[in-house]
Design a protein around this ligand. Structure first.
Ligand code: WTA
Length: 633
């Protein structure tokens, strides 16, 4: 399954385009199936209707756990590093992880979970989070993990959208010096969630929590029950390749976040294949992905991808800057990490602490580096290359999305020649195209356009939960017969791809996807706000910051206090990650005569570039632009 040279890459790539079904069948043969497929692929991008490996039967956890037991049973599957370096770390071998997943799968069954149920997981980065995810997959329940930084309202929206019946959470979680009262946030959410019958609560911080009779149970008590019943083995549920594996909510340019749906067979094949190739994982290597399991990167490249390949994956509970800005490097040294996969925003933030944080750290175990989440600027790329990789480690800049399930355009470590700031070339099986505004495919090199994919790949989303039409209109209706990514992209003279950022109204703040419409809706909930417009602006550390123009005529005399109130409103409605960095009060927004907000103008002002605002003559009230320019922050 692993490509070993650039020549081989070119040849395999060609084959994957000419005979995609044969290519993917060959990759899929590397996995464990209860029954093989009748048909490799059935598809159209019109509805869309995408089916991979139809008729095949499997359980992804047998691929991630059972099949490794004989040869890798005593090898570490998960190395857990706690938030506080004084606390003991934990290592779970493949056998231990297998046993714990089976036990907890039985806990889920004892609590009424069945195949097809939706289960919401809101947990800190502890091994039990991975155990909970895998236990759902073991019994065929569909997990919906919600990142620990989302508010009660956001959780409630997600639970209700999927009508989840169980929540798995913890009393609290740690991030740096902060303690997050997870159960209490869940309690606030559940006031609005009639479908929830059971809440399973892990003990982590032992912060006081309310446990409601008949609804809430402790994780540890439930495990004991399973043990005393002698009910610790759990045969994996047989799943169809196209059965749902999980839902993960992500932001788009309009309305509420949508539930991206991934299915068992294709997602397994795709995450395993891309992990093995891009990182050229070799048995025995220690792999550390710094993402959170609450995002797609954690799903695909902390949990499923590495585990299906029998890798050792490091799970870190804390943050890069606590207790010192050298924390990542301490972890690299402590576990002799060979592969480090992180995000440009983390790199830039660690750069800002200067070289002192690197002093005396041992980077010698590192062999390969990776980056994900946003375009990596050249300065950060070089720093990563020189200071962390000591020019000895290839950097794989992996471009992909929640919707793609796994890496799409990415170097293969040590195989693809890299170029700073470039995601380089598509992996075999991926067929990117650039299109102009009219959807015409742009051929040749040295060109820019909107990035689309013209042929299905096994890891792609199948639908958006409960609203297939939304999936069609968001991804498949902009350009006929193409999947539209929402990203702008350059293909240089060598045919190398460089992602230039979103071309829709989606922000990328510290690698987190946030819809401008979502933030505007939250700001508009504040009682004295009439309307608002949100745009992104370049931010040294976060990549993009959130700039809000707010019409708030009757606001409190104290601007700063009102700003804080608005921030608090956004925190409550979405979560702290969506708080605007800047709020400018304005008397009106620049609008066309038809009432459309001219974001182009606001974006320029937010960027501090007011020299050329373009044609403002079509505005309803051109004077407002002058006022906004004068008051810009
Ligand atoms: C951006 C995260 C440039 C892009 C895996 C995409 C990137 C969005 C890269 C998806 C990269 C991700 N270079 N841009 N290597 N990786 N992006 O769904 O705009 O959270 O559309 O998935 O992040 O974000 P998501």
């Amino acid at each position: 399954m692993k490509i070993k040279s650039f020549d081989e890459y070119k040849q395999v790539y060609q084959q994957s385009v000419e005979q995609p079904e044969q290519f993917w069948a060959g990759i899929a043969d590397n996995f464990l199936w209860r029954k093989k497929w009748d048909k490799v692929l059935d598809w159209n991008f019109k509805e869309p209707n995408i089916k991979w490996f139809q008729g095949a039967k499997l359980n992804i956890t047998e691929n991630c756990l059972d099949r490794h037991l004989e040869t890798l049973g005593d090898k570490p599957a998960i190395i857990w590093e706690p938030n506080d370096p004084q606390e003991n770390h934990r290592i779970l071998t493949y056998r231990q992880l297998h046993d714990k997943v089976c036990e907890f799968a039985n806990v889920l069954k004892n609590n009424g979970a069945k195949k097809g149920d939706r289960i919401c997981i809101y947990m800190p980065m502890v091994p039990e989070l991975a155990i909970a995810v895998l236990a759902c997959a073991r019994i065929g329940a569909i997990h919906s993990v919600v990142f620990g930084g989302f508010s009660a309202q956001s959780i409630a929206d997600r639970i209700n959208d999927a009508a989840c019946n169980i929540v798995i959470t913890a009393d609290g979680g740690y991030r740096g010096t902060k303690e997050i009262p997870l159960k209490s946030i869940i309690d606030d959410a559940l006031v609005q969630c009639p479908s929830i019958q059971r809440v399973i609560v892990l003990t982590r911080s032992r912060t006081p929590v309310s446990m409601i009779k008949g609804r809430d149970v402790w994780w540890e008590d439930e495990i004991k029950k399973v043990e005393t019943q002698g009910n610790t083995a759990c045969t994996a549920e047989e799943m169809d390749a196209e059965d749902m594996l999980f839902i993960l909510y992500t932001s788009g340019s309009t309305g509420k976040p949508k539930g991206v749906v991934h299915t068992c067979g294709g997602y397994m094949v795709y995450t395993g294949y891309t992990f093995a190739n891009a990182f050229q994982y070799n048995q025995g290597e220690v792999y550390f992905c710094t993402a959170d399991i609450g995002w797609i990167t954690g799903h695909s490249y902390i949990a499923y991808g590495p585990l299906s390949q029998g890798a050792t994956t490091v799970l870190f509970e804390g943050i890069p800057s606590w207790p010192t800005p050298g924390r990542f490097w301490d972890i690299v040294e402590k576990y002799k990490v060979n592969i480090l996969y992180t995000a440009p925003t983390a790199i830039r933030s660690l750069m800002s602490f200067g070289d002192e944080a690197l002093q005396g750290k041992d980077f010698s175990s590192l062999k390969k580096l990776g980056s994900v989440g946003e375009p990596i600027n050249e300065e950060a790329w070089h720093w990563f290359d020189e200071k962390i990789g000591h020019k000895q480690c290839p950097i794989v800049d992996t471009w992909w999305q929640t919707e793609t399930g796994g890496f799409m355009i990415s170097p293969i470590a040590g195989v693809t020649p890299t170029k700073p700031g470039y995601a380089t070339l598509p992996l075999p099986g991926v067929q990117p195209v650039l299109v102009d505004e009219n959807g015409k495919i742009i051929e040749g090199n040295g060109v820019s356009g909107n990035l689309c994919i013209r042929f299905p790949w096994p890891g792609m989303l199948r639908t958006t939960y409960g609203d297939h039409n939304r999936c069609r209109t968001t991804y498949f209706a902009t350009y006929e017969n193409l999947y539209f990514t929402g990203d702008g992209c350059l293909r240089d003279e060598d045919g190398y791809y460089r992602i230039t950022g979103r071309v829709d109204d989606v922000l990328n703040v510290s690698g987190h996807r946030i819809g401008t419409a979502e933030v505007e809706n939250a700001i508009n909930m504040h009682s004295s706000v009439v309307e608002s417009a949100v745009v992104g602006y370049p931010h040294d550390i976060k990549g993009q910051g959130i700039y809000a123009f707010v019409v708030c005529p009757k606001h409190h005399a104290d601007d700063d206090l009102t700003r804080k109130d608005i921030m608090m409103t956004v925190s409550r409605i979405i979560g702290a990650i969506a708080k605007p960095d800047k709020i400018q009060f304005v008397t009106g927004l620049p609008k066309t005569r038809s009432g459309k907000i001219m974001r182009r103008i606001l974006r320029k002002i937010a960027e501090g570039d007011t020299s050329n605002l373009g044609d403002t003559s079509t505005l309803l009230d051109p004077a407002v632009v002058e006022e906004i320019k004068a008051g810009a922050l």
